[in-house]
Design a protein around this ligand. Structure first.
Ligand SMILES: Nc1ncnc2c1ncn2[C@@H]1O[C@H](COP(=O)(O)OP(=O)(O)O)[C@@H](O)[C@H]1O
Ligand SMILES: [Mg+2]
Length: 249
């Protein structure tokens, strides 16, 4: 479903990604791990169209998306969360999620708020409320996003990305800054949205989360893909242990 072919990306003298190729099938939670600065977020930026690759090609289903703009990729069903929270703090939790539905409306984000009236809008609103309920955020839907505890704000971001009914969902360190209990809850939320026709790419430092959620894992180190396989294959790979896992201990 997602095919990344020989992607490189340089920033000045730094090669953030070097000749990375990956194929990811739908129905899967696919982990991306590696030390800080390894190029994980850059890979997400290249897949979502935030930065173009210096070289290489990206296919999503039958489409070559390498040169599409970010909003065009979003329309095809690609959605993400960011490593640092990017919510509309003074807007309600529900409104933040409604914004995520822009690709599903004819007019996009412009006409989103207020959105009263049509049957279609009512249906989308119910869908947004269902997502909030799924993540245990329904009771907080009218509160300003910035009033929520940190872990819940991260969950709202996740809900917003999900609201576009993505076929490819990219989560950049969704458990960053969370305690063990909050991480475990978020891991459960990720499992809830796994579906046969969806790919979830997950950048994650917490190896217990990676092990429990991911069917396959890719390991980046200094911009290079050094291993790809099942979680148990990855955790037994000497190159991975040397580059990443060993240092964690
Ligand atoms: N927009 C940018 N401009 C300049 N350098 C960047 C930019 N984005 C990433 N980099 C550099 O690319 C390398 C990889 O960064 P990043 O993809 O954020 O790593 P990770 O997410 O694995 O920690 C780092 O050296 C970083 O400083
Ligand atoms: Mg990063």
């Amino acid at each position: 479903m997602l095919s990344i072919s020989r992607i490189s990306r340089s920033f000045g003298g730094v090669e953030a990604l070097h000749d990375v190729s990956l194929d990811v099938d739908h129905g899967m939670i696919f982990g991306i791990i590696g030390p800080n600065g390894a190029g994980k977020t850059t890979l997400f930026n290249v897949i979502t169209g935030v930065v173009p690759p210096t070289q290489g090609k990206i296919r999503f289903g039958p489409a070559d998306i390498t040169r599409l703009k970010a909003y065009q990729r979003n329309r095809l069903g690609i959605a993400r969360t960011f490593q640092n929270i990017r919510l509309f703090g003074s807007m309600s939790v529900l409104s933040n999620v409604l914004v995520g539905q822009a690709r599903l409306t004819e007019t996009g984000a412009k006409s989103l708020l207020p959105r009263l009236g049509s049957k279609r809008e009512k249906q989308l609103r119910e869908e947004a409320e269902d997502i909030l309920a799924l993540f245990g955020l329904y009771e907080m839907r009218e509160r300003n996003a910035r009033e929520l505890p940190y872990a819940d704000q991260r969950r709202v971001e996740f809900a917003r990305a999900l609201a576009s009914r993505p076929r490819l969902l990219l989560l950049d360190e969704p458990t960053a800054g969370m305690n063990e209990e909050e991480s475990a809850e978020l891991a459960e939320d990720i499992l809830k949205v796994k579906q046969a026709d969806r790919v979830i790419l997950l950048i994650e430092h917490d190896m217990s989360v990676v092990m429990s959620l991911c069917q396959r894992v890719a390991v980046l180190n200094f911009g290079e893909l050094i291993a790809e396989g099942t979680p148990s294959e990855i955790s037994a790979d000497p190159r991975v242990i040397e580059a990443y896992l060993g240092k964690e201990e």
